[in-house]
Write a protein of this length. Sequence first.
Length: 373
Amino acid sequence: MRWDLFCNVVDNFGDIGVSWRLARQLAAEHGAAVRLWVDDLATFGRLAPALDPGSGAQSLDGVEVRRWITPFPAVEPADMVVETFGCELPASFVEAMAGRARSPVWINLEYLSAEPWVGGCHGLPSPHQRLPLTKYFFFPGFVPGTGGVLVEKGLAARRLAFQSDAGGVAQFLASLGVLPRAHGEQLVSLFCYPEAPVAALLDVWATGGRPVRALAFAGTAAADVLAARGLAGGGRVGTLIAQMLPFLSQYDYDRVLWSCDWNFVRGEDSFVRAQLAARPLVWQAYPQAGDAHRLKVEAFLARYLEHAGPGTSANLAKLWAVWNGFAAVDGLAAAWTACSGPEYRELAQAWEQRLAGPGDLAGNLAKFCAERL
C-alpha cells in the first residue's frame, strides 16, 4: 500500500523525529511505499545526516522524502494519508483525496499521552463537513485500546546485546569523545527545553558525593548552559565532569541512551526512546501555560510507578516535579540524592517490558488503516 505522511516541524525535533521513525518502520516492516512530506528539511537533516536539505525530492532509507511547499504540487494522494500532530493538509491535496475513486484512509496521528481519556478517543471518526471524507484520530498510548508507541522489530534484543557488551559500549562512547569512566561515576545524558533548571542540576552534581559525567548535545538548551559556564569544551567542576557531544543521528542517540545510567529527555520522541532504553529517566514535558502539561506528567507517572514502592514513587515524583517546574528548585539536591538505588533501574526495566502490552504503533496503525481501506 502507498502512504503519504505529512509533518509540519513546529517543535524542532519531536514532530519530525516521530514522523521519520514511523515512515521508516512502515517501509521496512510493512512493505509500504511511503512518501514523507516535510516543511523543514534543515531540521530534519540534523536527525538524518544522509539527507540533502537542498533537494526537494529524494529517497532515504526506503522512504521518498519530499519538501512540503506552497503552492502544493498536483499529486495523486496515496491509499493512506497521515497528518501528524494536527498539521493542516494543503487544501488542494484534500480536494484531490475526495476526487479519488476510493477515498484514502485519513489519519490524524495525535500526541502521546497517558491520560485516561485517550482510550475513549482513540480511533474515533470525524466526517468532513463538506467533502465525502472521514478523518480518524489515532492516539499513541501505553495501554491496550490505544495505538501504543513506536518499537522496531528486534529493538529489545539489539539493546540488550549492546548493553551486555561493556567493551562495545566503551568503544562507542570513545568514538564520540567520551573518556572511560572512573569507578563509581554516573553517566547522564541531558536533553531538555530552556525552562529546565539545568544550572541548578549542574550545581547539585558539582557538589555531590558521587561523580557525574553529564553529556549534552550541541545546539540544545543544556549545551547553552554548559557554554555559559565555560564548559562548552568539556571540563570538571567539583564532582561534575561535562562533555559536549555533537547533535547525533537517531541511531546514535539511541545508543547514547542505552549507554547512560540516567537520561534526562524532553517532548515525545526522546521520551519514548528513553523508556525503550530500560534505564532510569527524567522527562520534561513540553511546557504549557498554566502548567497544563502537569496533567500529562502526573498521568504518566501514575502508570509508570503503579508497581513501585511508596518511597521509590515519592522520590521519583519529586525529582520530576522539580525538573518540570512544579516544585521549588531548592529541593533538587535532595530529590536527586534520593533516587540513587538499584530499584530505579529495575523499575525502568520492568516498564520497558510493559510497553509491549498495547502492541507497536506502526503495526497497529497499518492494521487500523487496512481494515478501513
